[in-house]
Structure formats: C-alpha cells, structure tokens
Write a protein that binds this ligand. Structure first.
Ligand SMILES: Cc1cc2nc3c(=O)[nH]c(=O)nc-3n(C[C@H](O)[C@H](O)[C@H](O)COP(=O)(O)OP(=O)(O)OC[C@H]3O[C@@H](n4cnc5c(N)ncnc54)[C@H](O)[C@@H]3O)c2cc1C
Length: 416
C-alpha cells in the first residue's frame, strides 16, 4: 500500500482528519482539487471565519438542525472548548464575540486555514493539490485505492487501506465543493438524502423587494409563517439586497422556509418593525408624534417618524391611506392599521436562492449508514466520512465549522 489513508478534500474536515491521522502515526495523503487547501475557510465568516461557538454542550447541540444525535459522539471527542484550545496551542489567537462566536483575533479567516495546513505539514501529511479524486476502488469489498486525476488530465490509481471522504457539500461551488462526494459515496452503495440549499437568501414578490432594495433593518422581530402557522421566531438584522432577502434572521429561518417551499406550502415572513413596543405603547407613541406634527402635515410624515424612508409607501398602503394625504383627513382607524402593519409587516416568500449563494448544504450522505462512534461506513470497511458531505447541518454561529472539525478529528482516528 502507498498510504495508510487517503483523505479526499482539504477543507475544514479534511485538514482536521489528515492532521489527526498523522498525529496517530499514519502515513497520510491529502488530496485537494483546488490550488490551495481550505478555500471555503478562507472566505467564511465574511473573511473572518467564525470557527466555533463557546456555548454549553446542550445549547450548542440545540443549534444542530439535522443529525444532532449522530453528531454527539464526535462532538464529545473534540468539543468546542477543545477546539479553541487546539487552535490556541497552534499559536492562533482567538477572540469570543457577541453570541459566543469565536473568531481569530487577527480578523483573518486565512489564518485559520493556514494554521490547519501548517499543522498537517508539520505532522508529515503529504498534500497534493490540483488533483481530483474520481473513484474509490474496492477489492473483495475492502478499500484498495483511489483513482485520481490531475489538472493535466493524467489519471492514476494510488493504493491505500482507508479513505476519509471530506469533499464538502454543494454550496459555493467556486470554492471546490461541487458535490463530488455524493457521486463517489452513492457509487459505493451509500444513500444520499436529497440535498438542498440551507442558510440561503430568500426571494420575495419582485415588486416589493425591488422597492426595498438596499434597505437594512436592525433589531427587527421576524416570524416565519408556514401555511398560516408560526414555525419560527427570530430577532436581529435583515437586509433587502439585489439577490433577495438576506441577513442573519433570514438565514436562520431559511432552512425551514426552503423545505416548506419544496413541499409546495405557503411561506410568509411577518416582520415586527417595533419589537420593543407592544401595540398599546406604539399607539401612544404614535399619538405623541401626531401631536408634534403641524396640522398640514401629511400621513407619510408620520410614518417616516416610525420607520425607514423606504418603508413609508408600503406601510401607508398597508394602512389603506395615501402617504400624501393630510393628517386631519385620515380616519382614526387608519392609525390602528398602521400600528398593525408596523407590528406585523407581511412579505410573501416566493422562492429561495441557489446553491451558489447558500452558506451550507442540507442533506447528504445518510447518517443511518455511518457509525457515529467512528465515522466509518457501515457498508464499506475502511471508508470514513466527515464534514458537510454528511447529512448533518446547523444554524449560523460557528456551528457548521465545528461539525466539520469534530467529525474530521474523529474520522482521522480511524477507529475500527
Ligand atoms: C460564504 C460562506 C461563509 C461561511 N461562514 C461560516 C462561518 O463563519 N462559520 C461556520 O461555522 N461555517 C461557515 N460556513 C460553512 C462552513 O464553511 C462549511 O460548513 C465547512 O467549511 C464545511 O467543511 P468541509 O471540510 O466539510 O467542506 P469544504 O470546506 O467545502 O471542503 C471540501 C473540500 O473538498 C475539495 N473537493 C471536493 N471534491 C473533491 C474531489 N473530487 N477531489 C479532491 N478534492 C475535492 C474541495 O475543493 C474543498 O476544498 C460558511 C460557508 C460559506 C459558503
């Protein structure tokens, strides 16, 4: 055998797996199809890489949306606190920010990727870049090797007794995560749970989204409504971009919204633009604003006192009043309707954006056929999985990166 183990994909999971395997005395080859390891790490967290989250185990696991139980043993083997210690030991200074999110103190995601790559190098991992794994070759039902192809088109087979597949998901394919692992795992008999974008911008009715393009809302309450029932509630930032509805609260509800849209259900977002005020208090505030305005003031001027400029027209429409109508002509009931619209501004969600814009891929290699204590395939001995390729995903906040680190670290131990 040329190697004890070939790790396919040098992302967060693959780097962790390769380093851990080498640390345990294995002869390791790490194959990466891009020019550099850790392309996705380098752009993660808006270039700052939110590499984990220091919440308690219980709170952390609550953020894991699929595969929570499956992830438990890997997380206990390398948890969030051990991960922080691991990076600090490698000389990377870290900082904990709002929401217990951990970032490199330098503010550079590159430092995270370079730390992992340097750790692998020091441990003797052989890295081959610009090389794609095409197939895992079996002999008598056991791993025999991996067929690889370099950028020049030259194909060869490398022998090994174990493979750790860490090819990532299908999101942001420009980083190299083009979903190859699904095909490779499927060819070996593994079930692939339908993949779909998660943590992804949503699309609303074009007219309103266009009207609000560029609007950034801070401290809004957002409820996700599916077929008339509230499915989730969030609080935070939301942006109206050219690509649709974005921002932290949208990403957090997007997973459920995408699944509902795929099922053909009705999806709406109900925005609370004044989450700190109940309806009564809001009406009192409105009364004070009205009293302070001159008699000739128009309805739109009142709305402007309560909401950003771009929302004046849509809110006036929701209140059933023209924004240029003089205040003294506005019927009393319209102020109640305006309060309702401020507390519950409804947006219909028509679609979701593609994998190219999704932070994470939901679905993937079914965890039913992978041993959570080892990450080893229950179908092919010697085959291991780690990272986003698996049907495990979490909310934003450093959880997905930790999933990659923990599953990679455990897979790298090559436990039988
Ligand atoms: C824009 C963006 C920002 C994000 N920010 C954060 C964040 O701040 N915090 C967080 O927790 N998560 C974040 N995520 C999610 C997180 O980056 C991923 O969940 C994590 O990187 C997954 O790691 P992975 O190793 O499983 O896959 P990847 O990082 O995708 O790595 C897979 C690697 O395999 C290689 N590969 C694929 N196929 C082959 C093949 N056939 N042969 C050889 N190599 C192959 C790819 O080139 C790639 O390098 C972000 C994601 C995106 C897209």
């Amino acid at each position: 055998m040329d190697y004890d183990v070939i790790v396919v994909g040098a992302g967060a999971a693959g780097l962790m797996a390769a380093g851990r395997a080498a640390q345990m005395g294995r002869n390791v080859l790490l194959i990466e199809k891009m020019e550099k390891p850790g392309r996705k790490i380098r752009i993660s967290g808006k270039g700052r890489c939110n590499l984990t989250n220091t919440r308690s185990h219980e709170e952390f696991l609550e953020k894991v949306r699929t595969g929570r139980e499956f992830f438990g043993p890997a997380f206990r083997n390398l948890d969030n606190h051990q991960t922080v210690r691991f990076f600090r030991k490698q000389g990377l200074q870290l900082e904990v920010e709002r929401g217990e999110r951990v970032f490199p103190r330098s503010g550079k995601a590159w430092d995270v990727a370079n730390t992992l790559a340097g750790w692998c190098k020091d441990l003797g991992v052989k890295l081959e870049v610009r090389t794609s794994a095409e197939e895992i070759v079996l002999l008598g039902g056991k791993i025999y090797g991996v067929t690889i192809r370099n950028r020049g088109g030259f194909q060869r087979r490398i022998e090994c007794s174990n493979v750790i597949l860490c090819t990532g998901g299908a999101s942001y394919p420009a980083t190299g995560s083009t979903g190859d692992g699904y095909t490779i795992a499927h060819a070996l008999g593994h079930k692939i749970v339908d993949i779909r974008p998660a943590l992804v911008p949503l699309e609303g009715a074009p007219a309103i989204v266009q009207q609000l393009n560029g609007l950034q809302l801070k401290n809004v309450g957002l409820r996700l409504e599916i077929d008339g029932e509230i499915a989730a509630e969030e609080f935070g930032e939301m942006d109206f971009g050219s690509r649709g509805l974005e921002g932290a609260v949208i990403l957090r509800v997007s997973r459920d919204a995408v699944d509902a849209l795929i099922d053909g259900r009705q999806v709406r977002l109900l925005l609370d633009l004044k989450p700190a005020l109940d309806r009564e208090t809001l009406l009192e505030r409105m009364g004070r604003e009205r009293a302070a305005l001159p008699e000739v003031a128009r309805f739109g001027e009142l709305v402007r006192k309560l909401a950003p400029k771009q929302l004046v027209e849509p809110l006036a429409v929701a209140a059933g009043v023209r924004s240029d109508m003089r205040m003294h002509r506005v019927e009393e009931a319209a102020f109640g309707k305006l309060a309702d619209a401020l507390k519950c501004f409804a947006l219909t969600v028509s679609d979701y954006r593609p994998f190219e814009e999704a932070v994470v891929t939901a679905g993937g290699v079914s965890t039913d056929e992978v041993d959570p204590q080892t990450m080893q395939s229950r179908i092919v001995p010697g085959l291991y999985f780690a990272g986003e390729l698996l049907d495990v995903d979490a909310d934003t906040g450093g959880y997905n990166m930790q999933i990659a680190f923990s599953t990679g670290y455990l897979a790298g131990e090559l436990r039988k």
